[in-house]
Design a protein around this ligand. Structure first.
Ligand code: GLC
Length: 425
């Protein structure tokens, strides 16, 4: 009897050593979660917290800054059925494009998606499967130099014409006063997805629609869109540097944050960086809704990122657990306060600490919930092709190689040919 007990105890000890060993080593989950602004630092911090809680390890895959380049990279990995990546950041316009590569998260969420904006959850749900959890939302906003507008007795613009006039007045004045580097307006005009966002804001704010309407009709070739793109082309080399034709988000932020532009179009992430201890424009920046064109109203492109699990992941359970942690209210609150990332959880817009750190989250709440979606749902798997056609046609107009009316006419035909037939999907 005694020896039997001893044997059992030894066996139990062995089992517990094995179990403990497995827990201590855990698994390694590889994540790609962005490199713009403070993306990496925040993701690393929250990933480390999850590691400490679970005993698993988080490995970070470095990815490009441009969403268009990230999509290209992920598509290559998917084509190779790669297991190198477990958790990935998913742009709001991608679910229809990469739907076949993502794990259905429904069994892992325990209903947590109900805390998030229903429109984003709907965007991330394809064929009844929840393919990604909302992580942060985005909308284009206008940053301006409070100190410079006060100096020149100007107000934040509400129309593009006002922006053009104020940018020129302040820029000319500052240049005369000795700052030869001063620009009027910086934004994203490189040929990539970011230009699609900026240009959809211009076109939509002129009442010119959003490229393809919800019924699938190609609407982009219209007189208001022509006006919008013609107006934007007029900024290049006047209030905006010609170099803007090669700017992404971080290029625009670099110029503005150094103190060398009166206005900047960017996403909310740029706010916390502009208020950082080392920022030359700390305390000098205001944020308002983007201006409107004639016949139109302010329009912000809807952006944002989700987290998803690669369906080829060897660690689906742990990967989904990491996704649930990173998208939780606690992590979103921290990211909002310290990184001005817009939460996807409505109650956080009523949180005093979040609002104190980001006053514009309250003032511009309608902008965030009423932002203009790109036509990703209706065009589905073909969205990237449509967007690329749009950003290229816009880039041609901005760089002066085509007139807006000709470019939009050609674009309409091109988008029709991408659709091939009467229906998108
Ligand atoms: C931001 C937005 C994203 C958009 C991208 C364009 O990251 O959140 O939705 O596609 O900018 O550059």
């Amino acid at each position: 009897m005694k020896s039997m007990t001893l044997k059992l105890t030894a066996a139990a000890a062995l089992v517990s050593v094995v179990a403990f060993g497995a827990q201590a080593a855990g698994v390694t989950v590889t994540i790609a979660c962005g490199t713009v602004g403070q993306d990496f630092d925040f993701c690393k911090k929250a990933g480390d917290e999850w590691s400490a809680k679970t005993g698993n390890t988080v490995k970070h895959l470095t990815i490009p800054q441009s969403t268009s380049d990230i999509l290209g990279l992920f598509r290559q990995m998917f084509a190779a059925k790669s297991t190198d990546l477990d958790v990935l950041n998913v742009d709001v316009v991608w679910p229809g494009i990469i739907k076949d590569q993502l794990l259905d998260l429904t069994p892992y969420t325990h209903g947590a998606e109900k805390e998030h904006f229903p429109a984003i959850v709907a965007n991330n749900t394809v064929g009844g499967k929840l393919l990604a959890m909302p992580w942060f939302t985005d909308a284009g906003v206008l940053y301006y130099r409070k100190d410079l507008l006060a100096k020149y007795n100007e107000k934040a613009p509400t129309t593009w014409d006002e922006l053009t006039a104020t940018a020129k007045k302040v820029m000319d004045g500052e240049r005369k006063a000795g700052n030869g580097d001063m620009q009027g307006f910086v934004f994203q005009a490189k040929a990539y997805e970011g230009l699609t966002c900026d240009a959809i804001e211009w076109v939509s704010s002129y009442g010119g629609g959003s490229i393809v309407d919800a019924s699938g009709k190609v609407t982009v070739n219209n007189p208001q869109a022509v006006k919008a793109l013609t107006t934007a082309a007029g900024w290049i080399g006047t209030i905006a540097p010609t170099g803007v034709l090669n700017y992404g988000e971080e290029d625009a932020r670099g110029v503005f944050q150094k103190g060398n532009s009166v206005f900047m179009r960017n996403w909310p992430y740029a706010w916390s960086l502009s208020q950082g201890a080392d920022s030359p424009v700390k305390g000098k920046v205001g944020v308002v809704a983007l201006p409107r064109g004639d016949n139109g109203k302010t329009a912000a492109a809807l952006g944002g990122w989700q987290l998803a699990v690669n369906k080829h992941s060897m660690h689906p359970k742990e990967s989904a657990d990491l996704v649930m942690y990173l998208t939780s209210a606690a992590v979103q609150k921290d990211r909002a306060i310290r990184g001005s990332y817009n939460p996807t959880i409505p109650v956080l817009y009523k949180d005093a600490e979040v609002l104190k750190a980001n006053p514009f989250f309250g003032d511009l709440y309608d902008t965030f919930v009423g932002a203009v979606p790109r036509p990703a749902t209706v065009t589905g798997v073909k969205y990237n092709e449509v967007s690329a056609a749009f950003w290229n046609a816009t880039h041609d107009v901005l760089s002066g190689t085509a007139k807006a009316d000709e470019s939009l006419k050609k674009l309409e035909a091109k988008i029709e040919s991408i659709r091939r037939g009467p229906k998108w999907q």
